[in-house]
Design a protein around this ligand. Structure first.
Ligand SMILES: Nc1ncnc2c1ncn2[C@@H]1O[C@H](COP(=O)(O)OP(=O)(O)O)[C@@H](O)[C@H]1O
Ligand SMILES: [Mg+2]
Length: 265
């Protein structure tokens, strides 16, 4: 059978039970309910969102993102949801249930967004701010989160001072939910990072430090925190991540160079 005429949007909607119900919305993405039992979510970059790379990216960007999250889930299953597939510029992800705190945090962020639209300033009322800060700190300073943050920083996933990847920013109660006492990071992360050369030219690099990931996995096997089976999967996913992330960087460079040529004309 040829693939001609296949409307992937229809296939995705019908087979994955993609719904219209919005589960959450951030600066970059819109997240909607998916799965027959509503136990999954579909993560899609919104057209007016802040991540311009993702908006022009090809499938290899999303594959790199998919394998990045497969790795994180396999390495730290208590702290990252599973990623099920990617296609059409989106990802199908295990839905992490929002407890009362997560619901309130999402409601507050929704209010902030609404106020920004109406008044131009996305402010928090002081009681909202106090509550959010208290919950945020409770997550961030917990022993499990501190250990998690150290691992993420070592392998390149979190970076101090980066607005989206700072371990503190990731602990905001809309990016990390608590499930059975464990912090679960639900933020879908960019597989690439921005770099700057000495001349100030912007570039892109792999987010994951594959060598360091290898060290963490080997160490995890030795101390019995990572099974041999998980280690095998992670090594396989790491190769796929690398190949796709490198192609995504190449496409990005081609796009940037043609833009520069255009500007010179
Ligand atoms: N796996 C998930 N399970 C449940 N809710 C999710 C999941 N992923 C995202 N969400 C919801 O969608 C919101 C936006 O997702 P996120 O990846 O944080 O996007 P952004 O980068 O735009 O902030 C989250 O704050 C959360 O409310
Ligand atoms: Mg977020």
């Amino acid at each position: 059978m040829s693939g001609d005429g296949v409307n992937y949007e229809v296939v995705l909607r019908n087979h994955l039970h993609l719904g219209q119900d919005v589960v959450g919305e951030g600066r970059e993405k819109v997240v909607t309910v998916a799965g027959e039992r509503g136990d999954k979510v579909w993560v899609q970059y919104s057209r007016d969102g802040e991540n311009k790379d993702a908006l022009v990216a090809g499938p290899e960007f999303f594959k790199a993102q998919f394998y990045l999250h497969k790795i994180l889930h396999e390495l730290l299953p208590d702290n990252f949801p599973d990623y099920l597939l990617t296609g059409q510029g989106g990802l199908l992800v295990e839905r992490i249930p929002a407890d009362e705190d997560a619901k309130r945090a999402n409601d507050i962020m929704q209010l902030v967004r609404q106020r920004r639209l109406e008044t131009g300033s996305g402010y928090c009322e002081s009681d909202e701010h106090e509550w959010l800060t208290q919950k945020h700190n409770a997550i961030y300073y917990s022993d499990e989160y501190q250990t998690l943050a150290r691992v993420l920083e070592y392998i390149g996933v979190a970076e101090v001072g980066d607005r989206d990847r700072d371990a503190y920013e990731l602990a905001v109660p809309v990016n990390t939910y608590i499930v059975d006492g464990h912090p679960v990071i639900i933020e879908t992360m960019d597989p690439l990072v921005k770099t700057k050369s000495e001349r100030g030219t912007e570039g892109r690099d792999l987010l994951l430090n594959i060598d360091r990931l290898g060290e963490v996995v080997d160490e995890g096997v030795v101390v019995g925190k990572v099974t041999e089976e998980a280690a095998r999967k992670i090594r396989k996913y790491a190769q796929r991540y690398k190949v796709n992330a490198n192609s995504a960087i190449e496409s990005w460079m081609v796009a940037r160079n043609s833009l520069e040529t255009l500007t010179e004309l």
